[in-house]
Design a binder for this molecule. Structure first.
Ligand SMILES: C[S@@+](CC[C@H](N)C(=O)[O-])C[C@H]1O[C@@H](n2cnc3c(N)ncnc32)[C@H](O)[C@@H]1O
Length: 296
């Protein structure tokens, strides 16, 4: 089960009160959503969105068992937040939470190639119903230069060129289909020293592909202004990001909005997890939380 990162900090910032309405735009296993739902009580509501429909179905079943009537679930891209709020006739929310990226479910159970430690098909989509782009398609059909670009841009991978060339060489022989085969290609393309570095040598390449397949940065850029418009005056936006590319987008957006006076930044510096939380949940070590409140 995915452990929610920075849960106490999220609750402290939102300070949910009975009867209030919140949106959890990345509901996953419902860790944050359930804690907020408990506080807003029967008269309040949490609208939970996730792009992974399997997760939404699982959560629907769990909610029925737990009789959580104040959590409504929607399977959609949070980039469609404006339409989702309109379709559900939702009052202007007091807060919207984005806890970005993938989850333990994707790594451990999805079977969709998010983990470089498993042998799985190279898929990496959150949404397997409507998104036609997979990691396999990128690796086998994109031009070498385009692959190099995404590895450099989304993975900040310093051996982007070598890895892209390694991919090109390998796919001339046959189609690259599994994560294990792909990891082997990356391993052959990077210098020996890099293979035994602090982070696994495939980490940045996998991150880059996941971001490209799911258009993660575009989704985030598009949704922040929609979230600003959707929340009520005094409402809050909380974003938890897990790498510098996402964090930069949030930081720049909050800065621009605070200059124009629409948002007031609540976190001068991003909030990070305590060492106790990191010991219990190692994934929280790279979490950065930024929050802002709507001024008018
Ligand atoms: C880190 S997990 C959220 C964990 C959740 N807060 C919890 O405590 O259980 C991120 C979730 O965001 C979802 N996600 C990623 N991109 C999305 C998007 N564009 N729209 C909606 N959900 C998205 C993923 O499927 C994943 O389930």
């Amino acid at each position: 089960m995915h452990k929610p990162a920075l849960l106490n900090e999220v609750l402290e910032i939102f300070n949910p009160q009975p009867g209030e309405v919140y949106v959890d735009a990345t509901v996953n296993g419902g860790g944050h959503a359930r804690a907020i739902a408990e506080r807003v009580g029967e008269k309040g509501l949490v609208l939970g969105i996730d792009w992974d429909c399997d997760l939404i179905e699982e959560l629907r079943v769990k909610n029925l068992e737990l009789r959580n009537k104040n959590i409504k679930l929607v399977c959609d891209n949070y980039a469609n937040l404006g339409d989702i709020i309109r379709e559900h006739n939702l009052d202007a929310p007091c807060g919207i939470l984005f806890d970005l990226g993938f989850s333990s479910h994707h790594l451990e159970e999805s079977g969709r190639g998010f983990s470089f430690l498993k042998r799985e098909p190279l898929d990496m989509r959150y949404d397997v119903k409507f998104n036609g782009l997979t990691a396999e398609k990128i690796i086998n059909t994109w031009e070498c230069a385009a692959i190099e670009d995404i590895l450099r841009l989304y993975g900040e991978e310093r051996f982007a060129s070598q890895i892209a060339q390694g991919i090109e060489r390998a796919r001339r022989q046959h189609r690259i289909q599994s994560t294990a085969e792909f990891v082997e290609i990356i391993s052959r393309s990077v210098p020996p020293g890099y293979r035994y570095g602090r982070i696994h040598f495939a980490t940045r390449t996998f991150q880059a592909l996941r971001i490209a397949v799911n258009h993660e940065l575009e989704n985030l850029e598009n949704v922040l202004p929609v979230a600003r418009d959707a929340i009520r005056t005094g409402g809050k936006i909380v974003v938890i990001s897990f790498h510098s590319l996402e964090d930069r987008i949030v930081k720049e957006f909050f800065k621009k909005e605070s200059k124009s006076g629409t948002l007031k930044i609540l976190t001068k510096k991003p909030i990070k997890a305590s060492w106790i939380e990191i010991m219990e949940n190692p994934r929280a070590r790279s979490a950065k939380l930024r929050a802002a409140i709507k001024a008018y």
